[in-house]
Design a protein around this ligand. Structure first.
Ligand code: SF4
Length: 330
């Protein structure tokens, strides 16, 4: 829009996203006249931090101000073989899943692509100067660390909001995550999590096919209509068909189904059997998520032995199943 040559955009992208420079005057290989234009027209800012919480296990959570009394969260989750950042795509969420604290808050607005990628920009460049994060990465180098100095190796769009209901802004941000001049993350290491917005799953396959996680949470329409109300619009058979169509474009040859374990609601032997029937022709793995309680949710976390039994039924049917560890409890 500034009538500059395309290579200027590439230089700028590297200064901002690769090197984390926010002072336009420090961008030494940009022409003086271009810097002056940028100083006049642009500013490079992160979202104001309302809260910065550190947990014993290294998990770090930021509450970020997006204006008009709205805030979103980003969470850094370090593990031996990866550093994952969970980011938000909307302030609030309109999908209103019954077991989700964000769903209970209602929807405020879509985040801009800048507000989405800004969460990664902020966390990545802050953590490069965080001694704990650097110690971890020196001990357990993640792919590309030696060449890029990158602390965050994985991004999951599993924070606040339904990413596929803020499609254009999310795809712009995803493209920056993947671009070698910005963050250079592998498609396998960027995951979009959706409650099942069927037409947008098809578009994502064409526009930016990253890893896909589908929040299933129920094995039949009756229960899913109640837990994940978007199911009334895009019922399970349509969702499974969209998953199958996505697979040829997916960076791995399987999808992930997320399943929040709710005591006495969706965690029986029968539910596990129904789940196996439902996904029969969709190569997938399961991630079982012990419900994270919040006030007045009306749900309880499944008992540990029920989660184990549920997992075993799926595993005996040949599926890979992980049970999500809770992190940052304190
Ligand atoms: Fe919560 Fe995600 Fe459902 Fe929105 S789509 S209500 S953020 S679980």
């Amino acid at each position: 829009g500034l009538n500059e040559k395309p290579f200027r955009a590439k230089q700028l992208m590297q200064w901002i996203h690769q090197r984390g420079v926010s002072n336009i005057n420090d961008m030494s290989d940009l022409a003086k006249s271009f810097r002056a234009t940028l100083l006049d027209k642009a500013e490079i800012l992160s979202l104001p931090v309302i809260k910065d919480e550190h947990a014993q296990d290294g998990t770090r959570k930021w509450l970020l101000d997006v204006g008009a009394c709205n805030a979103v969260e980003s969470v850094y989750i370090p593990e031996d073989d990866r550093g994952t950042l969970c980011i938000s795509s909307q302030a609030g969420c309109a999908v209103n899943c019954r077991f989700c604290s964000t769903g209970h808050q209602g929807f405020s607005r879509n985040l801009s692509s800048g507000e989405i990628i800004g969460q990664l920009w902020f966390a990545e460049h802050l953590l490069r100067n965080d001694p704990d994060a650097v110690r971890r990465i020196e001990k357990y180098p993640t792919p590309g660390w030696e060449h890029t100095g990158r602390v965050i190796s994985n991004v999951v769009m599993m924070g606040m909001g339904e990413p596929l209901l803020n499609y254009d802004n999310v795809v712009s941000a995803l493209r920056l995550m993947l671009d070698d001049r910005a963050y250079g993350l592998s498609r396998r290491r960027v995951t979009v999590s959706t409650s099942g917005v069927v037409p947008m799953i098809d578009r994502l396959a064409q526009d930016c096919p990253v890893a896909l996680a589908v929040s299933l949470h129920a094995p039949n329409d009756k229960l899913r209509d109640e837990l994940v109300p978007i199911n009334r619009k895009y019922p399970l058979q349509e969702l499974m068909a969209a998953c199958k169509r996505y697979l040829p474009y997916a960076p791995r040859d399987f999808l992930t189904f997320e399943y929040c374990m709710l005591d006495g609601v969706n965690d029986s032997f029968d539910h596990a059997k129904q789940l196996i029937d439902l996904v029969r022709n969709v190569p997938c793995k399961f991630n079982l998520i012990p419900f994270n309680p919040f006030p007045n949710s009306g749900y309880e976390t499944s008992r540990a032995d029920n989660i184990r039994r549920f997992r075993d039924v799926l595993m005996q049917a040949g599926y890979v199943v992980t049970t999500r560890k809770t992190r940052g409890d304190d």
